[in-house]
Write a protein that binds this ligand. Structure first.
Ligand SMILES: [Zn+2]
Length: 332
């Protein structure tokens, strides 16, 4: 069966002369007739990709070619021969595919933000030289000392006893980080956090609030967990991905340091990260044969703290979920 004739111009590939012809296809062979005659099996022809409304081009093996302006008639002819546009072309032509591609891109970006950036921040945090962490830690502490802290009023004996008690505990995992417990009187109330340089800061207010060494051990173990997992560095890197990149590329720590104080004042760890630090504390209590009831009590105590917006509570929401998890870990 012969296809409908499609008007075309034939160029012999050697001169610029245009020959008005008609293209037909029959039994797998293309024929042109009119100002030029020629036949060729379809398998020897190359068909140009469709580009919006541009003329299509069909090229013969020797370089001669046809230009076809009536792209709809040509598309029909192609279809009648069972010709399939290359996959990419078909995808480009389909608006539906374009929509899917857009959705996929958005999903990839969202996943990247949700999973890749945290993962990358972990890698970056681990790759940063210790000197960077030390500078960030001391810079942050200096900033807080200036604005939020005063020297501790706790008796030295009490500081030493808390310190030596925690030091006597075995960390649950290999490679526990070096740490130093420091005490500060605080304008921001009961609080505890770990700086990348290894300082675990306890405020006098938190020590008085808990008024219980075991409960304090729970807070310290939790903070050591943050330190072990480099949570603060990861959080800071995520919060300042660009500055962190600059740090890696140019070794310019000042950009990263400059980005920290505002982040510290608004520090919130994700639920997952809090649970990770809780798990570390649970493992540490277990490894040292301390009852997990005491760890649970730490959080209950923080929970019962009056006042709506205690900083420790806002950075470490002691939810019932966390307490339940600790109690459940007793049976495991
Ligand atoms: Zn925490």
């Amino acid at each position: 069966m012969q296809s409908r004739a499609v008007p075309a111009f034939y160029f012999d590939g050697k001169t610029s002369r245009k020959h008005a012809v008609e293209l037909t296809v029959a039994a797998g062979v293309a024929s042109i007739s009119g100002e030029a005659q020629r036949q060729a099996p379809l398998s020897e022809l190359r068909v140009s990709e469709p580009a919006s409304r541009a003329a299509r081009k069909v090229t013969f093996a020797d370089g001669a070619y046809l230009e076809i302006a009536d792209i709809d008639a040509f598309a029909e002819l192609l279809a009648s021969t069972g010709y399939q546009e290359p996959l990419v072309v078909r995808m480009q032509q389909s608006w539906r595919t374009a929509l899917y591609a857009t959705v996929a891109l958005v999903v990839i970006l969202a996943l990247g933000y949700r999973y890749l950036l945290p993962a990358a921040s972990g890698l970056i945090a681990n790759a940063l030289p210790e000197s960077v962490e030390r500078r960030i830690g001391s810079g942050t502490l200096a900033f807080l000392d200036q604005r939020a802290f005063a020297p501790t009023t706790l008796p030295v004996a009490q500081q030493e006893s808390i310190d030596s008690r925690f030091r006597a505990l075995q960390p649950p995992l290999q490679g526990a980080p070096d740490y130093r417990i420091i005490f500060r009187k605080s304008k921001i109330g009961p609080n505890a956090f770990a700086l990348p340089s290894g300082e675990i800061v306890l405020t006098d207010e938190l020590v008085r609030l808990l008024d219980d060494d075991d409960a304090l051990m729970g807070v310290l173990a939790h903070e050591l967990g943050h330190l072990h997992q480099r949570h603060l560095m990861r959080r800071l890197i995520q919060g300042s991905a660009i500055a962190a990149t600059a740090t890696l590329l140019f070794g310019d720590v000042s950009a990263l340091i400059a980005s920290i104080p505002p982040l510290m004042l608004d520090l919130k760890y994700s639920r997952d990260i809090e649970l990770e630090a809780d798990d570390y504390a649970i493992a540490m209590f277990k490894a040292n044969g301390i009852s997990l009831d005491k760890l649970a009590r730490t959080f209950e105590k923080l929970d019962s703290q009056p006042g709506e917006f205690s900083p420790y509570l806002s950075t470490h929401p002691p939810s019932k979920e966390r307490i339940d998890r600790i109690l459940k870990a007793r049976m495991e």
